[in-house]
Design a binder for this molecule. Sequence first.
Ligand SMILES: [Zn+2]
Length: 347
Amino acid sequence: MVDAQSGKMRDPLDTVQSFLTQFDALIDEARAYYRVETLAPRVHVLSPKESQHPPKETLTKDVALTVAALIHGVEVAGLGVMVEFLELVTRGAVRLEQPLGLALGNIPAALKGVRFVERDLNRSFGRTSIETAEDRRADELEALLSRSRRLLDFHQVKLTIDRPFWIFPYSKSGFQFARLVAPDVTLITHWGKGFSADGKCSDEWLNSVGGMGVTMELGQNGFDPKQISHGVAVITRALEVASALDKGGSVPPAVGSKAPIFTWGEIIPYPQTGSPVLDPGWHNFKHVKAGERLGEFSGKVITASVSGPVLFPKYPDRLGDGTYGQNPPAAELVRVLKEITEAELPR
Ligand SMILES: [Zn+2]
């Protein structure tokens, strides 16, 4: 990002700090128009001052929608989305009819330019441990999520990608919400076994306590203006949909054609020993054919058993001393997606 005054490239970490400062200032400004309840640092609820809705005491889930960003520190576009959205709110271009939760996840990680500091925040929900900073932050976020009827969590991916996509554990209400909010965005959903055995994701956790959570990956990591304006449009539309659903009315139709729906076709695990290597060049949504080579493990070729777009190819960052950086070998090497119809979703 180029600094308007000096014309020099700005350090991305300075940009994070500057967006955080703007976020705080806009929350302060919003106090003139909304009731702002701060549950933890950068975890707020904005409510209309003269609310026609029942007060908090009479409704356990009084927050109609919570928007989250920076659950992973390097996925910064969501922070840009929050700031641009708050500008619309404080200018009066967007009016909040219902309580809205706004939460920034892993600030220390964002300020360091890393995904997480001690453990993955998006695998830290629903744990009893308070050992790590992320465990403690998950507790703070859970205090807001447990009051939220819906969650829209913005993330980004590490590698090149040609589109945004929805990704969340299947729930009927989550699927309907995502399709009403942005039917033109590719949707990946999964059911059965949890995404990770060790702690829950934000959306998964909210689903387990009677709310509904969906996640949108905006694109590749970074403050991309196109991704940011798309995210702002998604929040605005999500508010409209949430309001219509809560009033029991019909939802104004969305523009755009319906994007495909995918679930996991194949998950290729990371072998216990040895160093499997994905061939270079695999990136999200690059298509693989059944039988096509993906990489190699101990002299044996790894091939896909189904055809479809690949997702989350893993390239561990092995350091000179044989240890790993923030991308150690994961439980899996790559996933292959399978396109499905709505009729194939769980009942
Ligand atoms: Zn993420």
